[in-house]
Design a protein around this ligand. Structure first.
Ligand code: PRX
Length: 656
């Protein structure tokens, strides 16, 4: 485990923010008594939330935790996720209700009048979901099969996910910014049979090929027999006869009725690969009943959802935030959301505020890295738009520094919107530590306290709970949306999360502080995971991408603090050919990492050394590299095999 990263999250402001009286008065949860009620009987608490869903068969047992860390929630119960997200709302007469106001990146470009903005209703989603479910069945996909989804932010991405849940197929969404190589790996290890993708995605107004850029991977994917392609940009992609099918034609020709498959509460719902401490991503597996219960419950209670809210989770569907708070939570609750396809600064840097004003967004949920970009661009931009519809703001993905929190509160929230700083992970599936906006007094930079029904603690180096101070964050009670295993790697699941403190204490992998009011302050990762703009990347993954370049003999990767992105990737490389250390080689290596993993993993800086600082036993001293990168005074370097390499690196860093 490495040192705790230093973030200005620790620079607390003394100011605190109680819920505005008007907000608390109309909030569904405004009495702190809910915390006691949930703590007294967490199973009854979660069962109450589960009962708000439609079950085809009732459960026998709420929680079985007799064999930790393997939890069973709602055993015996049967339900279908798409039926909960769609059919029941349509049956209740809400078919015309808008599920998504979809806004294309190029909505205002000439000729986009009919396709740049769409109001997607619950009826339309249900129709498309049933049809696409039948398309998949026709392609031989059934219950338990894995389906890859590699898509831009278009409504069809949500339809594809829902259609999987309708027939019990397990989706495996890969963020569209990952490279062909990363996609291939995630498809291969999950044995996906079908991939849903698009011809191209818009990047700042221009189509960037998707299908053509991944075409070469299919020959190597033995189990993948079909590809369905959404035509987003009219780019006429290569299509292989018999294997590749266009979405629109297939959906139009499909039978419009597909009955929802009754699924066991513990049947797998989806896989989502995420970075861990090794080079190999982990296939987080979520199941059906508990996951849907907690995402719906948290979407309702943390965002104090009202019937007329316009909810905007500005994440990408390719990450867990998109899964839980663009698709499953909001749809289970019958909410109306905004889904925006593109970049926050295209065509102008006030794009988001234009969208928020157009649709009268009432809740905005985004990441600190984006808020910091907006800060940089200036408060004049939001000020040009009417943001008075906003009543609640959310933050997720990384610690929010108090300065960004205060800016968000003042310039986006007009000083009157509570902010919910929500801590959770891909593994937890849903929000775990967060204010309840009608109850909790917030402190900028703190995710505050575990939501009702959740229990967390901070442990010190001797594994004792810390009453006030820093340590390692753990979760001490099972929760409905917890990951059940790592796909095909059950032992790694136990090893990674449940070994360090025993089988009923979940190791989060974050360092945190707890203060005198029992508020949690999350500091950052304690493992070799870097959080760049809220995206998780492992140092090992980037290292192995670098050493796969023939010109690289050895590489070490570290995360350093970065004002814009939270953390940034820095790498140290020993080239095969010592003269290879110029800008051209750096560009080539960054491009190589983009091809292996994706642009998001490109190192911010690459420094060269004839040898990396190592102990006499040959272990790379990453901690020393971090100190060098941060320009810190170095401690004792006498244990180094060759201390002179440090001077070389220092000179490069101070020079550039
Ligand atoms: O380090 C924590 C940080 O993001 C990690 C989880 O990343 P991921 O699985 O990609 O999920 C991100 C979206 C839920 C956590 O271990 N993190 C997430 N939310 C917060 C946070 N750190 C501080 N405050 C948060 N609100």
């Amino acid at each position: 485990m490495r040192d705790q990263p230093e973030l200005d999250v620790l620079l607390k402001t003394e100011e605190t923010f109680p819920p505005p009286p008007g907000f608390a008065a109309s909030a569904e949860l405004s009495d702190p008594e809910v915390y006691d009620r949930a703590a007294a009987d967490p199973e009854a608490w979660w069962a109450d939330w589960a009962a708000r869903l439609d079950w085809m068969e009732p459960w026998d047992t709420v929680l079985d935790w007799s064999d930790p860390p393997h939890a069973t929630w709602f055993a015996g119960g049967k339900l279908n996720v798409s039926a909960n997200c769609l059919d029941r709302h349509v049956a209740a007469g809400n078919g015309d209700r808008v599920a998504y106001f979809w806004e294309a990146e190029d909505a205002d470009a000439p000729g986009q009048e009919d396709r740049g903005r769409k109001a997607i209703t619950y009826s339309w989603l249900l129709d498309q979901t049933q049809r696409f479910a039948n398309v998949m069945k026709g392609l031989g996909v059934g219950k338990g099969d894995v389906v890859g989804i590699y898509m831009p932010m278009v409504p069809e991405a949500a339809v594809a996910m829902l259609a999987c849940t309708r027939i019990g197929a397990i989706h495996n969404v890969v963020f569209g910014g990952f490279s062909a190589e990363s996609l291939k790996e995630r498809m291969e290890v999950s044995g996906a049979k079908l991939l849903v993708t698009a011809d191209a995605t818009l990047r700042r107004g221009s189509p960037m090929p998707m299908k053509a850029s991944i075409d070469s991977i299919f020959d190597e994917l033995e189990e993948m027999s079909s590809v369905v392609v959404v035509n987003r940009c009219d780019t006429d992609p290569p299509m292989a006869e018999g294997r590749d099918h266009f979405w629109a034609e297939s959906v139009e020709a499909a039978d419009p009725v597909c009955e929802p498959e009754p699924m066991d509460a513990e049947d797998p719902l989806y896989l989502l690969y995420t970075s861990g401490s090794t080079a190999k991503p982990k296939g987080i597996m979520h199941t059906t009943g508990g996951y849907l219960t907690q995402v719906a419950a948290t979407h309702q209670m943390v965002f104090d959802l009202k019937d007329d809210d316009i909810f905007w989770c500005a994440a990408d569907i390719g990450w867990v935030t998109g899964h839980s708070y663009i698709v499953y939570g909001p749809l289970a609750n019958g909410a109306t959301s905004i889904m925006y396809e593109g970049a926050p600064d295209y065509p102008q840097k006030d794009r988001w505020w234009q969208i928020a004003a157009r649709y009268k967004a009432s809740i905005l949920y985004t990441a600190p890295t984006v808020i910091r970009s907006f800060m940089k661009w200036g408060e004049e931009l939001p000020a040009k738009h009417d943001l008075s519809s906003l009543r609640l703001l959310g933050s997720v993905g990384e610690p929010i520094n108090p300065r960004a929190w205060l800016w968000y509160h003042k310039y986006i929230g007009g000083g009157h919107c509570p902010i919910v700083d929500t801590w959770w992970q891909t593994e937890t599936g849903a929000i775990m530590i967060s204010p309840l906006p009608g109850i909790t007094t917030t402190k900028p930079g703190s995710a505050t306290v575990p939501i009702p029904g959740i229990e967390a603690a901070i442990l010190d180096s001797e594994d004792n709970p810390v009453e006030e101070g820093g340590g390692t964050l753990v979760l001490t009670r099972p929760w409905p949306a917890m990951a059940r295993t790592l796909f095909n790697e059950p032992e790694r699941y136990v090893e990674t999360y449940w070994k360090r403190y025993g089988p009923d204490t979940y190791l989060v992998g974050d360092a945190a502080h707890i203060d005198e009011d029992d508020y949690f302050w999350i500091v950052g990762r304690i493992d070799d995971v870097i959080n760049v703009s809220g995206h998780r990347l492992s140092t090992m993954e980037v290292e192995s991408a670098l050493v796969s370049h023939p010109g690289v003999a050895e590489a070490a990767v570290i995360g350093v603090s970065d004002e814009a992105t939270g953390q940034a990737i820095i790498s140290f490389v020993t080239p095969q050919d010592a003269s290879n250390r110029g800008d051209d080689f750096t560009t080539e290596l960054r491009q190589h990492v983009a091809e292996r993993i994706g642009k998001l993993a490109r190192p911010r800086g690459i420094y060269y050394a004839d040898d990396l600082p190592k102990t006499r036993s040959g272990k790379i001293m990453r901690r020393l590299l971090r100190d060098v990168a941060d320009g810190k005074a170095l401690g004792d370097v006498s244990t180094l095999k060759d201390p002179s390499v440090i001077d070389d690196l220092k000179a490069q860093i101070s020079g550039g």
